[in-house]
Design a protein. Structure first.
Lengths: 236, 348
């Protein structure tokens, strides 16, 4: 096996870890605490967010998913709880037991970010967004958020929204307003923002087994750093 | 008229040869992934396919497998999938066999060799033959390749320079305002387009053109001009095989006289960061799994439009993977906070 092959295998293994199909995903010792599956797009990479969340929840087997499809498939494994955005829980018909809040309630505002000039939501014909609900689900999600239908360019992570603007692939991209500053700091494009008419439910916890009931307490005790990554200031 | 008759006869003979080839050679193994479930089966038997089959013609490389993983996850609930793995020695009859056995609504071609093979397959068939839409990925400089294939579109394999430069700029506490690139003459349109995109991000891409078959001295001189005369802050190494031959690597890129050591050097392959080939400081390439997902979305779009390619422009890869030798980079630059988040780290 040559050096390149070793490196490629390493990269592949690392990618598997990010999407939650690596070794930590299969090691489910009965005494290792409840399993929490989380899918919350943040400004961090999935692996970094997993480290942060796992450190904040010792005694819990935390698996963070970087992509909607992997999270969707893994739900069939029956985790003890899931932590994800409220629209995803709703689409899966899962009941939230702990709901994230910010200073204005349990939803957050999104911005339409465009290059050159601000766009009117009703005039947007193509929009980039992180895929949280799959092809059909995203059509409804974006239509609810913008009040109009637009062609969606789905991406797998927040970081990939900027290339859509750099390459002129879309009229605008959708992101939580709290992430706009980070995007502007990274780019020298002439970026403009417009508030989207709708709002998106913040992350919430759904408990799926009896063993998962302790997760409600643990999520409510999460520290400010990990909460901030999710746009949450308080859990109810 | 005579010429047309001659072409017709050649096409007819070729078609017969293709059919005979199908029968004579051992059929390639096709992996079928049924639409509804995750169960897959490998078979070499014929399959009666319907119009919802996507045929994926791929190589056996790990990167192709990762693209296949991303694509399969998105498409398998809506389409029947069939994957066939060809090496560089695959024949037109093997391609023909795979197509006949799957009757695909759409064909995905991964890698240069499979795109070339499919082009030869098309050219071997009579004028006027209708072909299903083809989506080409993982192919170098696709804008040229796609011209030789009918009813085709795809996603370029070159990560746009602007995306790469901004990534590096976001990682290190050093200016990335002027980036230099050495390129061969045929790549001038590509470099021009990259320059336009980079300017939007406030980055000046300076190119030094070399001839079609440049000498080592020519490339070396161009490189020195970029650094010493143009004063670039960073270098971008084009994924052009002619500029990265073993000869060029040893006598230009790895030569002690190469002035690259003082600045970030962006390459498109992680093996150009290794101890044996320490050409670059950052390797930036498409994220293969995300590329598979992007390919799947492109196929959904083509399907929504009645399997028509039309005047669709080629897409660009959106999601990138970055590899750095963090220890090496730390010796020369200061990383910004969070710079290594989501970045693959390797050590020489």
């Amino acid at each position: 096996m040559n050096r390149r092959t070793v490196l490629e295998l390493a990269l592949g293994a690392s990618a598997a870890l990010v999407v939650g199909v690596g070794p930590q995903h299969t090691a489910h010792a009965a005494d290792a605490g409840p399993r929490l599956y989380a899918f919350v797009p943040t400004g961090l990479g999935a692996l970094s967010f997993q480290k942060l969340l796992a450190q904040a929840m010792p005694g819990t087997q935390v698996v963070v998913f970087g992509r909607h499809r992997d999270f969707d498939n893994a739900l069939a494994e029956g985790p003890d709880g899931v932590l994800t955005l409220e629209p995803i829980l709703r689409a899966k018909q899962l009941r939230p037991v702990v709901v994230g809040n910010n200073t204005s309630g349990s939803t957050e505002k999104y911005a339409l970010i465009s290059v050159g000039q601000a766009v009117e939501p009703a005039d947007v014909t193509s929009v980039g967004a992180v895929d949280i609900l799959g092809r059909q689900g995203m059509k409804e999600f974006v239509a609810n958020l913008l009040g109009t239908s637009a062609k969606i360019e789905p991406v797998t992570k927040v970081e990939d929204l900027l290339p859509l603007l750099q390459l002129g692939s879309v009229d605008a991209v959708l992101a939580p307003e709290r992430l706009v500053h980070a995007l502007q700091a990274k780019s020298k494009l002439d970026l403009h923002t417009t508030r989207a008419p709708g709002a998106v439910g913040l992350p919430a916890l759904s408990v799926m087994t009896a063993a998962g009931t302790v997760l409600a307490r643990d999520v409510k005790r999460l520290g400010p750093q990990v909460c901030e990554e999710m746009g949450v200031t308080r859990w109810d | 008229m005579g010429l047309r008759l001659k072409h017709g006869l050649v096409a007819m003979v070729t078609s017969v040869a293709l059919c005979l080839g199908c029968a004579a050679k051992r059929a390639s193994t096709i992996t079928f992934v049924p639409r509804s479930g995750t169960a897959s089966r490998s078979t070499s038997k014929s399959k009666s396919a319907d119009s919802r089959t996507i045929l994926v013609v791929m190589s056996t490389q790990l990167s192709a497998e990762r693209v296949w993983v991303g694509m399969k996850g998105e498409l398998s609930s809506d389409f029947d999938l069939a994957a066939v793995r060809f090496d560089d020695e695959a024949t037109i009859s093997a391609m023909s066999d795979a197509i006949h056995r799957t009757a695909p609504a759409c064909i995905v071609l991964m890698n240069n060799s499979n795109a070339r093979l499919y082009a030869r397959y098309q050219h071997a068939l009579p004028e006027g033959t209708q072909f299903p839409p083809a989506v080409i990925v993982m192919t170098s400089f696709l804008q040229d390749t796609v011209k030789s294939i009918k009813n085709a579109t795809g996603i370029s394999y070159e990560v746009p320079g602007a995306v790469q430069f901004v990534k590096v700029r976001s990682m290190i506490d050093a200016p990335v305002r002027k980036v230099g690139v050495v390129y061969r003459r045929p790549f001038e349109p590509f470099v021009s387009e990259q320059r336009r995109l980079a300017l939007r991000e406030g980055i000046d891409l300076v190119g030094r053109e070399v001839s079609l078959d440049p000498s080592q001295n020519e490339v070396s001189t161009a490189l020195k001009s970029l650094v010493e005369r143009d004063g670039v802050d960073a270098l971008w190494v084009s994924n052009d095989e002619a500029l990265l031959s073993q000869r060029m690597l040893s006598s230009v890129w790895l030569s002690s006289s190469n002035p690259r050591h003082r600045m970030p050097v962006i390459v498109g392959e992680p093996n150009l960061l290794t101890k044996e080939h320490p050409v670059g400081t950052f390797a930036i390439m498409p994220d293969d799994v995300a590329l598979g997902i992007q390919t799947a979305n492109l196929i959904f779009d083509v399907a929504d439009e009645g399997w028509k390619i039309g005047e669709r422009e080629l897409s660009l890869p959106i999601s990138i993977k970055t590899v750095v030798d963090a220890d090496e980079v730390r010796q020369k630059f200061v990383f910004k906070e969070g710079a290594l988040d989501g970045v693959e780290k390797m050590s020489r």
